[in-house]
Design a protein around this ligand. Sequence first.
Ligand code: ZN
Length: 226
Amino acid sequence: MGRLALVPLALMAVALALPAEDDRLEEMRGKTVLVFTPHPDDDLFGAGGTIALLNRKGNKVYVALYTNDDKGSYDPEMTSQHLAHIRKAEEEAAEALLGTLKENLLWMGYDDGMLEYAPQPKLVEEATAIIRRIRPDVLLSIDPAEWYERWHKTDHRMAAFNTIDAVRAAEFWLYFPNQRLQQHLEPYTVPVILLLSSAAGSQLLRQHRQCGRSQARSGDETRQPV
Ligand SMILES: [Zn+2]
């Protein structure tokens, strides 16, 4: 629990290793950070301020996005393909505001709301390959707790558990050995994992909403991110 004091209120730490005093998240420089997000907005609502701070401090931030968010529109003329295109552009714009490079957004390409029905070994293998390739000093993922169970529970639950499964698999090369033998991806142990809580990102909410216009309904200012 000691690590809880080391990170912003938006985050809850999972103690895999206790960082030294000079490894406080807000003081981190020159590190590699990997954020896993179910949808292109959970990273912004959950850790937008933290991502901005990390970028500003010279860290290299990557965001792995499980889904393309291609379902959440009230427009009867909308298509999933077009909505995915809109959401991708919005995510790129929003992350650019936070200082994240467009090429550091890693799109896994699953359909919105369908993550729980994706082939699980394939899903874990893909997330494992991302971890082994990026080799993050710190990994951020969402907390599979009550709030996320209620809001869009399938994608959030699946992304949360799948990411943790991938963290474990990444350590042992005999999980998906083809990654080492054919792609030269060596096993990797993630030193620090932080879980996003639902209360995060409020300061950037308004800015993000300006980038994420396609998700807003008129007069719907209190709608929760999903
Ligand atoms: Zn979401």
